[in-house]
Write a protein that binds this ligand. Structure first.
Ligand code: ADP
Ligand code: MG
Length: 584
């Protein structure tokens, strides 16, 4: 299918598409639109991020809706507020030549009363997050009894976020003769159940191309010690002067920590994760869209569906638990015909996952060296000089020139250049002056102890636990899956295990309520094992017992200092935010 005209969409819709420059359908659109116009069968569509799903389901739905009806005709469910607003915005542009049609977004974090009021104006299309939609149904403010279309967008993500019960409730509130469309990148078991239960022998389609832009993405990885990761991240940022990137972390806590460190180090960075209030998220996203933030540190869920087209880099500060997510992440760069780079910062332990990933994406992921301080300085310097040379001269300075010349009379051209470079560049030089080459760093010192945190659990040999069992317990825990495990010691009634100490704070919250067989696991931080490694001298747990009322208070994200961004992300070399111009 070459054109939208061939899909059979109404003229008003075609006109809207033309006005926004959509020339031809993407593969998923070419498949889904005619299908939905011509058939009322349910549809299960697999498609990656960036393949144009929003238009794939919205256009046929807009085409099929009777705009004179006073009922809600279609409901689109999606996982986050950002996505909800984005879909609603897209729909508003698609319906701009059909004035009688109305679309509205409902989501948590905004006054429900305001949304209830909005619903009185009889919108035809609702875009909503499952939680808020359920709430509105419960309050009898949202009647879905007459809908013709139900769309689940990013269905797998909605399940990952724990919206299973809400989806069940919403789906059962809809009439059975509706048409259900489910868009998902993966098909987890639970989604299969939903499809079986709520969809009527759906047709299945897959977007031919995994990602419209995947061709433009170069994949690289850097190997570093875990404890050097943050430094490596800074170097990647520093060697890419005009970086505009999302840095992915696995947990909210990790996200916050990396972003806080970057901000403290004067990068134009911020975090986006689920612990932020809606107002904070909007604020961050706005700044990122305007490029006042150059580096957005985010969790997969928070970044899902966010449509920013010109990212230069996607950085995996940690590889995702699921390989699928790697594709989602890297699909955020290299869009709209631009080149992009997916950079993974890994430890040696992750090497095997790189080859798995290569098979999955069908592309080579090349190893890159961690830039040295000297390389960075050189590039930053050239970048600065380039900017300097390219600066437009403002004639207003003419009147000051005689004074300036007088003051600088004694300086030779060479001295002048040196002084200028030093004044702009000393900070950078001194930061990297004695920096190590992280590729060749001496690793002999890196033995256990100091690098690992040790935990005590109340389960041991008597309960049938062995080292595999411990790894099993960790692997069954969402936030600890694939965590590196150090030494394990299994005693009769209790055991110890080690994890890298930068993950220390993740362990206790993640195992809250976990069980081994039927026994409730109690976990405590233990003292490091004495280096003599005499196994008789077992350390007693440190006092800090885990108390059930959530100890992770520091991760709340409410104490965020606003207004700390360094300016100048848009290429103005204020010298505050580090930027240079080299691609990496
Ligand atoms: P997905 O939901 O699959 O992640 P989106 O629907 O958000 O993708 O679309 C990704 C980007 O591609 C958006 O910026 C959108 O405006 C653009 N886009 C979608 N369809 C087309 C098209 N047919 N022609 C040009 N751009 C398109
Ligand atoms: Mg989408």
């Amino acid at each position: 299918m070459q054109t939208f005209v061939e899909t059979g969409l109404k003229p008003e819709i075609l006109q809207a598409l033309e006005s926004i420059g959509f020339e031809k359908p993407t593969p998923i659109q070419a498949k889904a639109i005619p299908h939905l116009i011509n058939s009322d069968k349910d549809l299960l569509a697999y498609a990656q991020t960036g393949t144009g799903k929003t238009a794939a389901f919205s256009l046929p739905l807009i085409h099929g809706i009777d705009e004179k009806s006073d009922d809600i005709n279609a409901i689109i469910l999606c996982p986050t507020r950002e996505l909800c607003l984005q879909i609603e915005r897209d729909i508003q542009t698609f319906i701009k030549y059909i004035p009688a049609l109305k679309a509205m977004a409902v989501y948590g974090g905004e006054s429900i009363d305001r949304q209830i009021k909005g619903l009185r104006s009889k919108p035809n299309i609702i875009v909503g997050t499952p939680g808020r939609v359920c709430d509105l149904i419960r309050r009898k403010r949202l009647q879905l009894g007459n809908i013709n279309y139900l769309v689940l967008d990013e269905a797998d993500e909605m399940l990952t976020m724990g919206f299973k019960d809400e989806l069940d409730q919403i789906l059962s509130a809809c009439p059975s003769e509706r048409q259900t469309l489910c868009f998902s990148a993966t098909m987890p078991r639970e989604l299969l159940r939903i499809a079986n239960e709520y969809m009527d022998s759906p047709d299945e389609i897959t977007a031919g191309q995994r990602n419209v832009s995947a061709e433009n993405v170069k994949h690289v990885y850097l190997v570093a010690d875990r404890s050097d990761k943050y430094e490596v991240l800074k170097r990647v940022a520093d060697i890419n002067p005009n970086i505009y990137a999302i840095v992915f972390c696995r947990t909210r806590m990790g996200t916050k920590e990396v972003a806080d460190r970057l901000m403290a180090d004067k990068y134009a960075a911020d975090a986006l994760h689920g612990d932020l209030s809606q107002a904070q998220r909007d604020y961050v996203m706005n700044k990122f869209r305007k490029k006042q933030i150059q580096i957005l540190v985010a969790t997969d869920v928070a970044a899902r569906g966010i449509d920013v087209n010109d990212l230069t880099h996607v950085i995996n500060y940690e590889l995702p638990d699921q390989l699928e997510a790697y594709i989602h992440r890297s699909g955020r760069t290299g869009r709209a015909g631009k080149e992009g780079m997916a950079v993974s910062l890994i430890t040696r332990r992750d090497l095997s996952r790189i080859s798995q990933l290569e098979r999955k994406i069908g592309k080579k992921i090349s190893k890159k060296k961690i830039p040295t301080g000297q390389e960075i300085c050189q590039r930053q310097l050239f970048s600065m000089v380039d900017k300097f040379v390219a600066t437009d001269v403002n004639d207003d300075i003419n009147e000051y020139l005689p004074m300036i010349e007088e003051k600088m009379e004694a300086l030779s051209k060479e001295e002048l250049i040196k002084k200028f470079v030093s004044s702009e560049f000393n900070r950078f030089l001194s930061y990297y002056k004695n920096s190590q080459d992280l590729n060749t760093k001496d690793r002999s010192k890196k033995t256990r102890g100091g690098k690992y945190s040790r935990f005590h659990i109340n389960v041991g040999k008597k309960q049938g636990l062995d080292p595999k069992g411990i790894i099993g317990i960790l692997n069954d825990t969402r936030n600890l899956r694939n965590i590196e495990v150090g030494q394990i010691d299994i005693m009769n009634n209790f055991s110890f295990f080690e994890v890298p100490n930068d993950r220390e704070q993740d362990v206790i919250p993640a195992l809250d309520g976990a069980r081994y067989k039927s026994q409730q696991i109690e976990i405590e931080l233990a003292k490091p094992k004495p280096s003599s490694s005499s196994s008789s001298n077992y350390d007693r747990p440190r006092k800090a017992r885990f108390n059930k009322s959530k100890s992770g208070g520091g991760s709340g994200g409410s104490s965020r200092g606003r207004g700390r961004f360094s300016k100048g992300a848009s290429g103005k070399s204020s010298g505050k935010s580090r930027s240079s111009r080299f691609s990496y």
